[in-house]
Design a protein. Structure first.
Length: 536
């Protein structure tokens, strides 16, 4: 390792003393806990079982000799580009662009590891009156304050401390091997004094600026990150409630608490949470509660591959024709009509005094027009419809399908275009076992339509499809926006043609798989590619 590591290994299976398979196993043992080096196996054997073994061990590709040098070079370049881009994006994905500190996901991951194995202090810091700075001086000044405070943290922290930004004006620190509260107080005082000295030169006036901090000792209060964060956040809350600009250190634990008569069991709590009677109409709620429900529904649908529609109704009521009381009466009646006409699983919220927003879970493309027509028919039957003009907008709920910090823990999305169901039937259980979800599409046109709404991790496309040739499909994808152009694509080809292979690779295909399909081989190739493609 001291001599450096390669970016890619071309590994022949037939080696003297130790074959390529055993070499790869040893390599992975050597790399345990580190980034794995991509490996391409080379062999002159036609044995399919050896290819399956290589892919099971995690090889990125498997080339039989003799091979076209141009194809080999193109594949090597592809893997190197993919590896370099992954490293660049992974580094960028862990850094908060404004402050240069670790972002929320990266800092929490590192601090969680520290809580598991190290001792020290977990601290949460919050800039006092930061909202006032934004409101009175503008967001540009707010950004300057954040950058200033971040630079102070970078200079004051020690080499092995972890520091990150976890919210707008909220920061997290793990001060490794810091032993005493006295040392922590000195550290906080330095940060606070330098910050107040410098920020007062930027912002004049009577805004009560400062730094509030809460801290908890690790492992004195345990090693569970979520619990430690809660304790530190509680200490921070005490500072906020008592004048701000200070440090509060959580008190040592006093041992286990005895059960009291106030504690409830699972069934008792469940009976409190459950509604006494099942709802018979759609749920109506305030904006804040609706926002939480909406965001939860997005996560749920991403995880379980659901679909929902959103609809915005706008009531046009000329101000000169309606008093405020009449407008309120009309809107209230409209809401009641909608609420009684929708399913009890639907949710609605008033956006303004003349707009109503609906969330319609598990509503399909072919049903949405019928749903809206039914709602408008119910409204037409009311005594208010002839006095108000109603317009509406509708569309699918936007899903990211796993883009984000927890993406690697969500099912990977594989779109399959033009490939018959029988070809995928045996591969599907293996892919499902690897947490890969398959979306079957009839052909190229269906794939292009699908990509308008979804961005799969990988696309498998038949070279020849009834509605268009695979080359034409890929050319159309690459000519469109980046959302189309950057989708990784595997081609399923029937003929052996180095010339066409080059064309595919030049158009941006990342892999070419030959027919007939070997289900295990196909599943393993896709499984091994996914980790290199799931870059946040």
């Amino acid at each position: 390792r001291e001599k450096g590591t390669p970016d890619l290994i071309l590994l022949d299976i037939n080696l003297p003393g130790m074959d390529g398979f055993e070499t790869l196993k040893k390599l992975r043992e050597f790399e345990a806990g580190k980034r794995e080096t991509p490996v391409i196996f080379l062999t002159s054997e036609e044995d399919l079982s050896s290819e399956v073994t290589g892919l099971q061990l995690g090889a990125m590709d498997y080339l039989r000799k003799p091979f076209s040098p141009e194809v080999l070079i193109e594949r090597v370049h592809r893997v190197l580009r993919m590896q370099g881009e992954m490293e660049r994006l992974e580094k960028a994905a862990s850094i908060d662009k404004m402050t240069g500190l670790l972002n929320k996901e990266a800092s929490e991951e590192k601090v969680r590891d520290m809580c598991d194995t190290e001792s020290g202090f977990l601290c949460i810091l919050d800039l006092d009156s930061f909202k006032l700075v934004n409101d009175l001086y503008g967001h540009e000044m707010g950004d300057k304050v954040l950058i200033l405070f971040s630079s102070i943290l970078k200079k004051q922290r020690r080499h092995d401390d972890i520091c990150g930004r976890i919210g707008g004006d909220e920061f997290i620190l793990f001060l490794r091997n810091m032993k005493s509260e006295h040392e922590l107080n000195q550290f906080y005082s330095r940060i606070s004094e330098v910050y107040l000295s410098k920020v007062s030169r930027m912002i004049s006036g009577k805004i009560p600026l400062g730094v509030s901090a809460g801290a908890v000792a690790v492992p004195d209060h345990g090693r569970n990150y979520e619990e430690l964060f809660r304790i530190a956040d509680g200490a921070l809350y005490l500072v906020k409630q008592n004048g701000k600009n200070g440090l509060s250190i959580a008190e040592p634990q006093s041992g286990s608490h005895e059960n009291t008569n106030n504690e409830l069991n699972l069934e008792a709590i469940t009976s409190i949470l459950e509604e006494r009677s099942a709802p018979t109409s759609a749920m109506w709620m305030g904006t804040e509660a609706f926002t939480n429900i909406y965001q939860y529904m997005i996560r749920y649908m991403e995880r379980y591959h659901g679909m929902a529609y959103r609809t915005l109704f706008t009531l046009r009521m000329p101000a000169e024709d309606y008093s405020d009381a009449e407008r309120t009466e009309v809107m209230t009646h409209f809401r009641k009509v909608m609420q009684s006409s929708l399913r009890y699983s639907d949710v609605m919220v008033e956006i303004s005094d003349n707009q109503l927003f609906l969330l319609l879970p598990e509503t399909k493309d072919y049903n949405i027009d019928r749903v809206i027509s039914r709602l408008l028919e119910r409204w037409e039957q009311s005594g208010y419809s002839d006095r108000v003009m109603i317009t509406y907008e509708s569309g699918q709920v936007h899903l990211n399908h796993g883009v984000g910090p927890n993406r690697n823990h969500m099912p990977a999305q594989l779109a399959v275009a033009g490939v018959g169901p029988a070809d995928m039937e045996k591969a599907e259980p293996l892919l499902s076992e690897a947490n890969i979800h398959i979306k079957m599409l009839d052909g190229g046109a269906a794939l292009l339509e699908y990509l308008k709404f979804y961005k799969p991790d990988l696309v498998l496309v038949e070279q020849r499809m009834p509605d268009m040739d695979g080359f034409e499909l890929l050319a159309q994808m690459r000519e469109r926006s980046d959302d189309y152009r950057n989708v990784p694509l595997i081609v399923l080809a029937s003929e052996e043609s180095p010339e066409k292979d080059r064309q595919w690779l030049e158009l941006g295909a990342i892999e070419i798989i030959r027919r007939p399909i070997v289900p295990v081989d196909l599943a393993l190739r896709i499984r091994n590619l996914i980790p290199y493609l799931r870059i946040t």
